[in-house]
Design a protein around this ligand. Structure first.
Ligand code: AMP
Length: 386
C-alpha cells in the first residue's frame, strides 16, 4: 500500500478537524494515515454537508478516501438499504474502491459489494438481492442487474462517478444515462475526474446540482514529484533502448506504456528474451490474467508491467519507481494520467518518454499541456540527433 508522506502535506489539519466520526478516525489511525491530503482536506467537509461536488484530482492524491470517508460517515446508523452507488470505469478500480470502503468501515456496520463484468453473474445477483449499503460497479454489468431488477435504488442518497473522464473515453455515456434515469433525482452526486474536457463539463451540468469544484494542483498539471525525461531514439531502436535502460540502471518496478495490445505483447516477449521478467496488461487479457499480472507486479515477481492506456487507468500500483512511455501517448491528458502512476509516494518517480522523429510534435504539445519543458537525455548509440 502506498502511504502519502505526511511531510508533503502542508498545514496541521487533522482528520478529526474535518468532522469525521470516531470509528472512521480509528480506522484511519490503523491505516497509518496521519493527516489528510489537500483533496481530502477540501472535499471531505463539503461532502459531509451533502452538497454536490466536482473533484479534479488524479489517482495518487488520495482522492478515493476523499469520497469514501464522508460516504461511510453518512451511512453510519442509517437504515440497511442501498444508499450509495459508486460507478468506476474499470474492474480494477472497482475493486480498489471496494477495498477502500472496507478499510474505512472496519469499525462501522457498513456493507459493500463490487459488481463488474467478466466474472460470475449469480453470486452478484444473490448479494444484491440480499441488500447492501454500498454498490461499487462498472456501468455495463450494473445495467444488466438493473434490467433484471436485482437491485433497488429507490433509497439511493449518493451517487459517485469516479474517473468520469475515463468513463466517457471508454464510451460509457449511454450506460451512465440509463443508470442515472433509474435512481432518485434528489440525491448527492460527487464527480471525480483527472481532467475536465467539455464532455465531462456537460456531464456535470446534467447530473449535478450547484456543485462546488475542488481542484488540487493546476489543471492538467503533472504530479510534482515526478522527474521527466525525453529520450530521442530511432523507432527501430526503442526496444534496445528499453533493455539498455532496464539492465544498466537500477529500476525496481517499472510500468511501460505501449500504444497497442500487440505492441505490449511484443515488448514483453523481447524483455523476457533479454532476461527481464515482464507481464502484459491489456484488454485482450482475461480478468484473471490481468489480476494475476498485477499481483505478481505488486509482489515483485514481475519487475516490469507493460500496459496500454485503457488497462492502466485507476490502478493503485504502489511503489512504482518508473513509468516509461515506450510509445508517446496519443493525447496530452494521457501523459498526465500515465505519469500519475509514479511519484505517488514520498519517493520521487521518474517518467521517461521515448521520442522518435514522428513524435516530436506530440511531445511539444505535451510540454505545453503540463507547462514545462522536458529535458532531453541522449544515450550514446541510440540518439537520432534532435
Ligand atoms: P488514491 O489517490 O485514492 O488512489 O490514493 C493513493 C494512495 O494514497 C493510496 O494507496 C492510499 O491508501 C494512500 N492515501 C490516501 N490518503 C492518505 C493519507 N491521508 N495519508 C497517507 N496515505 C494516504
Amino acid at each position: 500500500m502506498t502511504l502519502i508522506d505526511p511531510d508533503t502535506l502542508v498545514g496541521d489539519v487533522t482528520f478529526a478537524d474535518l468532522g469525521l466520526a470516531q470509528p472512521l478516525l480509528n480506522a484511519l489511525h490503523e491505516a497509518g494515515y496521519e493527516r489528510p491530503t489537500p483533496i481530502q482536506r477540501e472535499a471531505i467537509p463539503l461532502a459531509l454537508t451533502g452538497r454536490d461536488l466536482i473533484g479534479l484530482a488524479q489517482t495518487g492524491t488520495g482522492k478515493t478516501a476523499s469520497f469514501t470517508l464522508p460516504m461511510v460517515h453518512r451511512l453510519i446508523g442509517g437504515p440497511r438499504r442501498t444508499r450509495v452507488l459508486v460507478l468506476t470505469p474499470t474492474r480494477e478500480l472497482c475493486l480498489q474502491v471496494e477495498e477502500s470502503v472496507r478499510k474505512y468501515s472496519a469499525h462501522s456496520p457498513v456493507s459493500v459489494i463490487p459488481v463488474f463484468g467478466g466474472v460470475g453473474y449469480e453470486p452478484q445477483e444473490k448479494a444484491l438481492r440480499q441488500g447492501v449499503d454500498v454498490v461499487v460497479a462498472t456501468p455495463g454489468r450494473l445495467l444488466d442487474h438493473l434490467e433484471k431488477r436485482n437491485v433497488d435504488f429507490s433509497y439511493l442518497e449518493t451517487l459517485v462517478l469516479d474517473e468520469a473522464d475515463r468513463m466517457l473515453d471508454m464510451g460509457f455515456a449511454p450506460q451512465l444515462n440509463r443508470i442515472v434515469e433509474q435512481i432518485p433525482r434528489y440525491r448527492q452526486t460527487l464527480l471525480f475526474s483527472a481532467t475536465m474536457p467539455p464532455e465531462v463539463e456537460a456531464l456535470a451540468r446534467k447530473y449535478l446540482r450547484k456543485p462546488v469544484v475542488v481542484q488540487v494542483g493546476r489543471r492538467s498539471s503533472a504530479a510534482i514529484t515526478v522527474t521527466h525525461a525525453v529520450y530521442p531514439v530511432p523507432r527501430h531502436r526503442k526496444n534496445d533502448l528499453l533493455v539498455h535502460l532496464l539492465t544498466k540502471e537500477a529500476h525496481d518496478s517499472v510500468l511501460v506504456f505501449t500504444r497497442t495490445k500487440s505492441g505490449a505483447d511484443r515488448v514483453v516477449r523481447d524483455l523476457e528474451k533479454a532476461g527481464v521478467r515482464a507481464g502484459a496488461m491489456h484488454a485482450d487479457k482475461s480478468q484473471r490474467e490481468r489480476m494475476a499480472a498485477l499481483d505478481d507486479f505488486k509482489n515483485g515477481v514481475l519487475r516490469v508491467l507493460v500496459a496500454t492506456d485503457i488497462a492502466q487507468r485507476g490502478l493503485d500500483i504502489s511503489g512504482i519507481t518508473h513509468v516509461i512511455n515506450y510509445d508517446v501517448p496519443q493525447q496530452p491528458e494521457d501523459y498526465v494520467h500515465r505519469i500519475g502512476r509514479t511519484g505517488r509516494a514520498a519517493s520521487t518517480g521518474d517518467a521517461y518518454t521515448f521520442m522518435s522523429a514522428e513524435d516530436i510534435g506530440m511531445v511539444r504539445t505535451i510540454e505545453r499541456t503540463i507547462g514545462q519543458e522536458i529535458p532531453r537525455v541522449s544515450v550514446p548509440g541510440f540518439d537520432f540527433g534532435t
